[in-house]
Design a protein. Structure first.
Length: 94
């Protein structure tokens, strides 16, 4: 398909003849496979997804720990409203 094919002709009402339209589809499967392979290569052989997930969970627990009374009240309100998940016990990690 040429990059700039003319628009199909229209009749007096402005409707085009659908039989002259060209189906346009782009298959990005090979590009997606290449992108995923490059991401995995960049992560390297030592990447451990479970360790990363556990580290993220620990970071979130630490983020919501050690809150003062006002912060804890606001956090509890956000948890009750379903905005934030319930995490940690509100005390700072040692």
């Amino acid at each position: 398909m040429a990059p700039h094919e003319p628009t199909p002709p229209c009749d007096a009402t402005g409707a085009s003849d659908a039989s002259e339209l060209v189906d346009f589809a782009v298959d990005l499967t090979s590009q997606e496979v290449l992108r995923r392979a490059q991401v995995m290569a960049a992560l390297g052989p030592d990447w451990d997804p479970l360790e990363v997930l556990l580290g993220e969970e620990a970071a979130y627990d630490l983020l919501y720990s050690g809150l003062d009374a006002e912060q804890q009240r606001l956090y509890d309100d956000l948890v009750a409203a379903g905005v934030l998940p319930s995490r940690g016990d509100g005390s700072a990690a040692a």
